[in-house]
Design a protein around this ligand. Sequence first.
Ligand code: UDP
Ligand code: MG
Length: 324
Amino acid sequence: MLNTQISIVAPLYNETESFPRLISRLNAVMDESPLSIEVVLIDDGSRDNTAVLMQQIALTDRRYQCVFLSRNYGHQIALTAGIASACATEALFIIDGDLQDPPELLTEFYRKYQEGYDVVYAVRKKRKENWFKRFAYSLFYRLMRSISYVDLPLDSGDFSLISRRVADVLKQMPEESRFIRGMRSWIGFRQIGVEYERDARLDGESKYSFGMLQRLAYNGIFNFSEYPVKLITRMGMITLGIAVLYLIQTLVKRFIYHDVPQGFTALLFVIILFSGVQLIALGLIGEYVLRIFFQAKGRPLYVVREIIRQQERQPLGSLNNSKS
Ligand code: UDP
Ligand code: MG
């Protein structure tokens, strides 16, 4: 199948339970579509049977290309690996491997692509998840919207169709802490949202731990906003303002009313308060230093253990350099 038009890219981590359903839904989509489609599955260092199942499908069905990473790198990096090895000439359709993003939407997204949009992203109408996750997500997207310097659409994740040229730009972005939905917005061109109802996970459990979600949120905030570092300056100004006011009050008391300044407890309180503020400031600066540190090491983003795909097809980008 040379001249693949569409690559469906799905990262998988311990998805044995949803795998059979995923394959049958993908097959149905490919069978019904007039487009020439390949599927790129990425094994993000699964510890269960996922890699074996992927191997089987890649060896028996030529439409499947499977990339196996050397260990678990996390969803964003797995997706990066998938984008790097996708061969499609027209567009890449990025979905989650747990079928929370219905692959059947490809037709609708592709139609928008044909209308001239480079990025067609999905906007969640409803999230069938517990209230805490819904609340946290909604808070995060609204916070990002107000502090970010890229125009991040509300309630949209990585589920999207991106054109070949957007994928090529993504491949050129060497950033280590990846927040792909933000990078996608940064790239620009014509982008449009399509509403959909995000399904609940049918099989297995979410592979995103709370810590991982927190890291993703941090990546979004620190990579696409200058707000944290500006916040430090603002905190400094406010405390300085308060200190000046307090000094004036003390001087007035001392020289006009001949009041002896008092308040050991207040002093203690102020010291503790500002030690806290200083530690927060240090932590925020530390986040930047950490990011510079990791980026400066210049390590490849991931290591590929194995790729199984049919021989004659060559990816459009170089695969050996996993950073591109
Ligand atoms: N995933 C991955 N590596 C990870 C965690 C998750 O490749 O370290 C994959 C997972 O298999 C799924 C997708 O990323 O296909 C989204 O993960 P999940 O469904 O756990 O996240 P949620 O939908 O709960 O946010
Ligand atoms: Mg999921």
